[in-house]
Design a protein around this ligand. Structure first.
Ligand SMILES: *[C@@H]1O[C@H](CO)[C@@H](O)[C@H](O)[C@H]1NC(C)=O
Ligand SMILES: *[C@@H]1O[C@H](CO)[C@@H](O)[C@H](O)[C@H]1NC(C)=O
Ligand SMILES: *[C@@H]1O[C@H](CO)[C@@H](O)[C@H](O)[C@H]1NC(C)=O
Ligand SMILES: *[C@@H]1O[C@H](CO)[C@@H](O)[C@H](O)[C@H]1NC(C)=O
Ligand SMILES: *[C@@H]1O[C@H](CO)[C@@H](O)[C@H](O)[C@H]1NC(C)=O
Ligand SMILES: *[C@@H]1O[C@H](CO)[C@@H](O)[C@H](O)[C@H]1NC(C)=O
Ligand SMILES: CC(=O)N[C@H]1CO[C@H](CO)[C@@H](O)[C@@H]1O
Length: 411
């Protein structure tokens, strides 16, 4: 009977596939692991097997199935369970060779129960690109990605990879400077590998707020050539540390209140990012130290708003200069009235610590009620309106479009 059910599942219409929740019914055994490691031959084999059970010899790679019909049938049903949701934008099956993260219980097929365990399972010697695929779930942990020799892709399970809205995998932790010795060490995800792309993952630091030592990073992006696509980054103070080298954030959500996009040496481009404030504060805090440092934050074609209607008008600034040569541009961006009419604030009111004289805090062609064209202002005297937009070539380099970490599908 089970075999017949299997046939029905395999040959039936796709919409009859069991849902994600039903994966729990699958055996956690090496037969299923063997199949999941070879999606295409396994799928072909299962079809043949269930249609003509008596005449098919087991392939060598399926030896773990021990020729037990119940085991084979269960595994075949379960690879179907994990089959793709139709549509070109679904990312619901691990790419071939991916290291899999899955904390659902009791289901697990050669997978790791945490993101960090999967990172430790990566090869630290290979130069062949590696991928980690994360199944739906909330993973409460702090993750450190060290320097690898390979490029790395992180993909969270989603039915629509084009934005952050359908994300299902969340990495969450609760840590602030109260209990860590530097900002990086508070981050829920600390990414120290260049040539990394993240897709469709939610990363949160749930610490909240205290007046002193409240820094609580969601993401610490410490090195060059990193791309973040369709991600959600949630924190309060210092949510995203874009610290060094070329970085691209696109079609993503960034949430916080205090200096929540910050860093010192990075050339970072934010494209079609939804920036949401959750309290009074400042969106950016550029820590560019001197005129010689090639650091930029450019926020292009994005939106800035309160997380909901409880955030008062005028309660936020586009930024404040953390260091003397801060450099931040908002362009082609929709600003709601949460942005104060002066646009920018000094770092501090303490004389000598304003950091406004040598900073570049600029706008070009922003729209919405919080923008100059939308009737807001007058802007602070140190805030600039540019005559032309900043180009990605200026920020990310002339060859930015050909770089591996740049995914043009998100621009
Ligand atoms: C975190 O820091 C606070 C303030 O120093 C301290 O009271 C608390 O015990 C620390 N928590 C942990 C888990 O170390
Ligand atoms: C985070 O940890 C702090 C203690 O460091 C605690 O007071 C707070 O309730 C925690 N928040 C959440 C959301 O767990
Ligand atoms: C920046 O925004 C403008 C206006 O929407 C758009 O034409 C341009 O392609 C964007 N830049 C990038 C790098 O996508
Ligand atoms: C601005 O930078 C110039 C050149 O480095 C320096 O001489 C000057 O003191 C700086 N001004 C302030 C207010 O930091
Ligand atoms: C300014 O932005 C609006 C909307 O983003 C666009 O329609 C308009 O062409 C832009 N103007 C210039 C001068 O780029
Ligand atoms: C890894 O990234 C680097 C730098 O972006 C790129 O030159 C290289 O082609 C990538 N490697 C592979 C195997 O894709
Ligand atoms: C978030 C945002 O402002 N997106 C806009 C980017 O530019 C395109 C083309 O002008 C608009 O259609 C988007 O609304």
């Amino acid at each position: 009977m089970r075999l017949l059910i299997s046939v029905a599942v395999f040959l039936g219409v796709v919409s009859a596939s069991p849902g994600l929740g039903e994966r729990a019914a699958c055996n956690s055994d090496n037969c299923l692991r063997a199949m999941l490691a070879r999606p295409t031959p396994a799928s072909e084999f299962c079809t043949t097997y269930t249609v003509a059970i008596t005449s098919v010899a087991l392939p060598t790679w399926a030896s773990a199935c021990s020729n037990l019909p119940s085991r084979i049938s269960s595994a075949c049903t379960c690879i179907n369970t994990a089959a793709p949701t139709p549509g070109p934008y679904a990312r619901v099956t691990p790419p071939s060779g991916a290291i899999i993260v899955d904390n659902s219980k009791p289901y697990s097929y050669g997978s790791y129960p945490s993101f960090q365990a999967a990172v430790l399972a990566l090869s630290f010697t290979t130069t062949t690109p590696q991928t980690i695929f994360i199944y739906p779930g909330t993973y409460t942990e702090q993750v450190y990605i060290p320097l690898l020799k390979s490029n790395l892709t992180i993909q969270g399970w989603t039915t629509d990879a084009r934005s952050y809205h359908a994300n299902t995998a969340t990495i969450t932790f609760n840590l602030s400077r109260l209990n860590a010795t530097n900002n990086d060490l508070t981050a829920t995800v600390r990414n120290w590998n260049p040539n990394t792309k993240f897709y469709n993952l939610n990363i949160k630091n749930t610490f909240g707020h205290v007046n002193t030592n409240g820094q609580n990073l969601a993401l610490s992006a410490q090195v060059t050539n990193q791309g973040y696509y369709g991600v959600q980054l949630w924190g309060y103070q210092d949510t995203v540390l874009a610290n060094r080298g070329n970085q691209l954030y696109a079609k993503s959500l960034i949430v916080g209140a205090i200096d929540f996009i910050f860093g010192q040496y990075s050339t970072a481009w934010f494209e079609q990012v939804d920036i949401r404030t959750i309290a009074e504060g400042w969106v950016t805090a550029s820590g560019r130290l001197d005129a010689a440092t090639n650091a930029w934050f450019v926020i292009n074609n994005s939106t800035v708003a309160g997380i909901d209607s409880s955030i008062p008008a005028g309660s936020n600034a586009l930024g404040r200069p953390w260091k003397a040569f801060a450099r931040v541009v908002f362009q082609y961006t929709y600003l709601t009235d949460v942005i104060a009419k002066e646009g920018w604030k000094p770092w501090s009111t303490v004389p000598g610590s304003e950091n406004t004289v040598n900073s570049t805090l600029a706008e070009y062609n922003n729209t919405g009620p919080g923008s100059v064209s939308g009737g807001s202002g007058p802007r602070a005297a140190f805030g600039l309106q540019l005559d032309a937009p900043i180009t990605p070539e200026t920020v990310l380099g002339d060859n930015w479009k050909g770089e591996w970490y740049v995914d043009a599908d998100y621009l």
